[in-house]
Design a protein around this ligand. Structure first.
Ligand SMILES: O=C(O)CCC(=O)C(=O)O
Ligand SMILES: [Fe+2]
Length: 318
């Protein structure tokens, strides 16, 4: 498939040139068009090995098939790590909780790491289930590979915003990256108002998504407001702009609503990675060149904590 070809209305961008020595400007031009257009695109040559993806998916699947009381041994804690049961997430404006359940990891920081000792929120070690010992190496390998892809991609994003390629790097020394294996039960055909994930925009900077072959992801078209399918394309990840990058870029790039409805008749799995900067990274549109900022400066952590407080039941009852 040639570069830039539209698949189902969404561009496919070959990001091989994000590697050392590649033509970043070519990728950046395609990213700028995608991020000022649909806000969603596919990437090929993303560098996450197929066997790393397969390992993370299969180990996660084994985990999700465990009895709930076993999964609950790694129930999500206040640093957002572990198993999030179905029903624990409600998207803004939704009338019902999402049908999905998910297992979330982040940067694995020991209890004696300076930022953990300093009490920085959302920091700490990951949780792992004893019942699926292979989950840890599999998810850690995926986390590292997809994070490296996110870092390469942000070099092109920086250029697409007329910034130096390494602009984002100092804000990503301890990324608030969250990688979540997600499990969607099949939805009953007569369930017309249930969602695997209800319409929402992502909270963070950029999202990198692997999805299985079930389909079900739908993206809101900016002009028409129609929901268009973003079906799986072999060998690609789906990338989209989140609210934090919208805010940081003063709306030069904007997040796009999307949702998941699993009408495949069988379970669906995906792995979403929210590749976000350091907790204390300053999110100031002026740093990205805005002369008339429409947003007050904030930090990544303050923004994400605000969105978490609205969305996740475990943070309300804790
Ligand atoms: O599973 C998917 O296809 C999308 C998940 C998603 O939108 C999210 O977790 O924010
Ligand atoms: Fe999302």
């Amino acid at each position: 498939m040639p570069d830039g070809l539209l698949q189902h209305g969404l561009p496919v961008i070959d990001i091989a040139d994000c590697a050392e020595g590649g033509d970043l400007h070519k990728v950046a031009a395609a990213i700028r068009a995608a991020c000022t257009g649909p806000g969603f695109f596919y990437v090929r040559n993303h560098g996450v090995p197929a066997e790393v993806i397969a390992g993370a998916v299969e180990a996660s699947r084994r985990f999700f098939h465990l009895p709930p009381e076993v999964k609950a041994e790694t129930r999500a804690n206040l640093v957002h790590r572990g198993w999030h049961r179905a029903g624990g997430a409600v998207m803004e404006g939704a009338t019902k909780p999402d049908l999905k359940e998910f297992f979330s990891i982040g940067l694995d920081l020991p209890e004696d790491h300076p930022v953990v000792l300093a009490g920085e929120k959302l920091r700490g070690p990951n949780q792992w289930p004893a019942a699926v010992p292979e989950l840890r190496p599999a998810m850690e390998a995926y986390f590292a590979a997809v994070g490296a892809c996110g870092a390469r991609l942000l070099r092109a994003v920086a250029i697409s915003l007329d910034l130096p390629a390494d602009f984002f790097a100092p804000s990503y020394t301890l990324p608030l990256q969250r990688t979540q294996a997600i499990f969607y039960p099949p939805q009953a055909p007569d369930d017309l108002d249930g969602f695997g994930v209800a319409p929402h925009t992502d909270f963070g900077c950029i999202t990198l998504l692997w999805q299985d072959d079930s389909g079900g992801l739908e993206v809101k078209e900016r002009q028409s407001g129609a929901w268009i399918p973003a079906p799986p394309l072999p060998g690609t990840l789906v990338v989209n702009v989140g609210d934090l990058l919208g805010r940081w870029s003063n709306d030069r790039f904007a997040s796009t609503p999307h949702r998941v409805v699993n009408r495949s008749g069988h379970e669906r799995m995906s792995i979403a990675t929210f590749y976000d900067p350091n907790f204390d990274a300053a999110i100031d549109p002026r740093a990205l060149g805005a002369t008339q900022p429409v947003y007050e400066p904030t930090t990544c952590g303050a923004h994400i904590l605000g969105r978490f407080a609205q969305a996740f039941a475990y943070r309300k009852t804790a």
